[in-house]
Design a protein around this ligand. Structure first.
Ligand SMILES: CC(C)[C@H](C(=O)O)[C@@H](O)C(=O)O
Ligand code: SF4
Length: 746
């Protein structure tokens, strides 16, 4: 066998967070290949995406709670079993620490400055708020991390975005990040890690910093981070996974204080934004970059005519959103409001919502034309704190629906969904077509703007309520004190695991082989591909559009092909087949996609998007740029992503339109046009990737060969930074699914 090119380095992940929506297949392959989870002690699991958010108080049993949604029960059960079998930290539904992964991990002090963190979820960028390098990965990479705790990585570009000055009244961190994305575009941060800096960022609380880093992925970056400072350090003090008080804490704190960019540091891209130019803002279209101030209006597609792809995307968005150019944003009526998600489901967000209700007066009430106004706390702890402060009373009195923790209507994977045609003011992070439910329409905004919209029944400038009252207990310190004063700390909730069971590779009993879950060498191999290509011209084709979230309920790697581009191939209301390119002869037999729009595969990390493409028959995608997680996911599945200049993509697009065959030769890194005299088009590919694809290599196997080196590396890290993996041992958790007779313990 040829030697493996070492074009990339292995990066050790100090923290791995997992949830039910992207891990079942990873665990199934681990079991099938008789592998173990290398560091269950560094892995934190919970269920969040598919869980119902209806009341849990008087639930008799787990089965009862999931009634009517067997897929949700299956996925959650799978996660529970895996987490418990492999001995990880796990917060089941009946534990107050359960909630959205990106809210619960920081809450427990699981994310520390200077650490590296991954999760099978694109919003892992949230954790960069602690000065950690944190990013989303696909399911195959989850499997890799479970087995080895490392991944092959290449260095990203550096981008700095500084926000200087003072924000106007009622401009929140959500407005800051929406403004940034509106300015740089959803492909603006492609290939970069963004450092957020400047006086505005320095003055933000940790909750607000997390909202900003969270949406880095919507700006095209895989990760975003903020230098840790006293605000970070105060937040972390006393949390269950934080370094122990005394010598360990002092060492950690001293180290964290060294984690900032040098004054004269050079960035590949460096942008400064004046805080005064940021207003409360809102999205009008189906991409997070479609941002205007709330005082603005729906744009005219012609105003984008310099960029025909964008103009086409705008027209399509406006049709989907059912909006007429020139309409004032404040004239748009809404049907539903969603306040929550990993962007805005934290305690400060909820306090700010309550402050709008209070400012609106004692009779403030959700407008009669709003059919549902959900407030969904990001975790059980946030919910508990909100109730402790009496926020739930304010919400319910005003007609809001106060829920249990989960992703809820952010993604429409659970029972909280928009119906076809419904319009929602949402504090979440994605306004893609069908994101909150097939045919639903989403406007992204801040929690205070969402509250104002709920009360008025239309999009509303929150400044009409004047200066909002500051609610007591609004410092994050109060939140932490309250959190730790409950009887829900790790040691009290669960029995500790015997020390000999920790830090050792664990192989659970009852290995169940589910052959459909692993990918074989032949399926991974790519050498030469000949076929016709389907021409695509849209920008930012996101993975929600490639495979809608409602199909993410499987526990296998197969069965997704029929759902590829579902909302484009079939009408959401009638189910009728459209004339979408992949429905047309001969393109229904394409094995290649040529796209002239940038940022193909952006957004969610769902690897099932690639599984659906592959099952449909697509084995190669050519585009000017790709979402980074999607690109990795392709390679892990033997699908070749090729980045070419826009002019080359346009050349191939013309061939594709004429249904001329293309020949993709990975052995020579060239694209030939059979029957044409034109020269082959060369393409660049990372030598390690090329090697793995040509030989159909499972890179987990390659990494496992290096386990000794990894162990040595870990030992060195531990002697230098003793706190990084000296954390409480995972506790033995009782499956909530076994809790069939007694009611949930609250
Ligand atoms: C399910 C998961 C893969 C996905 C993500 O990666 O972002 C989800 O959290 C989302 O927000 O779309
Ligand atoms: S973006 Fe939405 S669906 Fe994804 S993790 Fe956050 S809350 Fe959950």
């Amino acid at each position: 066998m040829a030697t493996t090119p070492a074009a990339k380095t292995l990066r050790w992940f100090v923290r791995h967070i997992i949830h039910e929506a992207t891990t079942a297949q990873a665990f199934a392959s681990i079991r099938e290949n008789n592998r173990s989870v290398r560091r269950p002690d560094l892995t934190l699991a919970t269920t969040d995406h598919i869980v119902p958010t209806k009341p849990r108080k008087h639930v008799k049993s787990y089965q009862d709670y999931y009634k009517g949604d067997p897929k949700a029960e299956e996925l959650c059960l799978a996660l529970e079993k895996n987490a418990v079998d492999f001995g990880m930290h796990f917060y089941p539904l009946n534990d107050k620490r359960q909630g959205i992964v990106h809210i619960i991990a920081p809450e427990q002090g699981f994310i520390l400055p200077g650490t590296t963190c991954v999760c099978g979820d694109s919003h892992t960028s949230t954790h960069g708020a602690f000065g950690a390098l944190a990013f989303g990965i696909g399911t195959s990479e989850v499997e890799h991390v479970l087995a080895t705790q490392v991944l092959w990585q290449k260095r990203s570009k550096n981008m700095r975005i500084s926000i200087e000055g003072t924000l106007h009244e009622s401009v929140s961190s959500k407005d800051v990040i929406l403004h940034i994305i509106g300015k740089i575009g959803t492909a603006g941060g492609t290939g970069c890690v963004i450092e957020y800096a400047g006086s505005v960022i320095r003055n933000l609380s940790m909750d607000a910093r997390m909202s900003i880093c969270n949406m880095s992925i919507e700006a095209g970056a895989r990760a975003g981070l903020i230098a840790p400072d006293n605000i970070t350090i105060n937040y972390l003090k006393g949390l269950p996974f934080s370094p122990k008080p005394g010598d360990e804490w002092d060492k950690a704190e001293n180290y964290w204080k060294t984690l900032y960019s040098d004054k004269d540091a050079k960035f590949d891209i460096d942008i400064t934004i004046d805080a005064q130019e940021i207003s409360p803002c809102i999205t009008w279209g189906t991409s997070p970059q479609d941002v205007v101030p709330i005082t603005g209006s729906v744009p005219y597609p012609e105003s984008f005519q310099d960029d025909p792809n964008r103009e086409e995307a705008v027209r399509r968005s406006l049709t989907y959103m059912d909006l007429r150019p020139g309409t004032q944003m404040e004239d748009i009526a809404i049907d539903k409001v969603f306040i929550g998600s990993c962007t805005n489901g934290r305690i400060e967000d909820l306090r700010s919502v309550a402050s709008v209700i209070l400012a609106a007066g004692p009779d403030a009430h959700v407008s009669s034309n709003v059919v549902q106004a959900l407030i969904v706390p990001g975790s059980g702890i946030v919910r508990q704190q909100a109730e402790f402060e009496g926020l739930d009373v304010i919400f319910e009195r005003a007609g809001f629906d106060w829920r249990e923790a989960g992703c809820s209507m952010c993604c429409g994977l659970n029972q909280d969904r928009l119906k076809v045609g419904e319009r929602c003011a949402s504090t979440s992070n994605r306004n893609f077509e069908g994101r909150q439910g097939s045919g639903g329409r989403t406007h992204l905004l801040s929690p205070i703007m969402a509250a104002a919209a709920a009360l008025n029944g239309r999009l509303t400038d929150v400044r009409k309520y004047g200066v909002l009252p500051k609610l007591p207990g609004s410092s994050s310190q109060t939140r932490q004190e309250t959190t730790t004063s409950t009887n829900l700390t790790l040691s009290q909730r669960n029995e500790p695991v015997a020390a000999e069971n920790v830090n050792k590779p664990s192989t659970p009993k009852n290995q169940t082989a589910t052959p459909e879950t692993s990918t074989t060498k032949d399926q991974l191999k790519f050498t030469i591909l000949r076929g016709i290509a389907a021409p695509f011209s849209l920008e930012n084709i996101n993975t929600d559009v490639i495979l809608s979230v409602q199909f993410l309920t499987g526990v296998k790697r197969s069965g997704y092909g029929q759902y590829l581009f579902n909302a484009l191939r079939f009408s959401p209301s009638t189910g009728e087949r459209s004339d979408f390119i992949l429905n047309r002869v001969p393109f229904n037999n394409s094995s290649i996609i040529v796209c002239t729009g940038r940022n193909f595969g952006c957004g969610s990390s769902r690897e099932a998007a690639v599984w659906s493409l592959k099952e449909f028959g697509i084995k190669c995608i050519i585009a000017p740029s790709f979402g980074e997680i999607f690109e990795n996911n392709c390679v892990k599945n033997g699908v070749l992503p090729i980045t070419l200049t826009l002019s080359k993509c346009k050349e191939l697009y013309t061939d594709a339109e004429a249904a001329l065959p293309l020949e993709i030769d990975l052995t020579t890194s060239g694209i030939r046009r059979p029957g044409s005299k034109l020269a082959a088009i060369p393409f660049k590919i990372d030598p390690f990737r090329q090697h793995c694809l040509l030989h159909g290599l499972d890179d987990i196997g390659l990494t496992i060969e290096k386990l000794e080196d990894i162990t040595l590396f870990e030992q060195k890290r531990r002697s230098k930074f003793p706190w990084i993996d000296n954390i409480p041992a995972p506790s033995r958790t009782k499956l909530s699914s076994q809790n069939t007779t007694t009611s949930f313990e609250w």
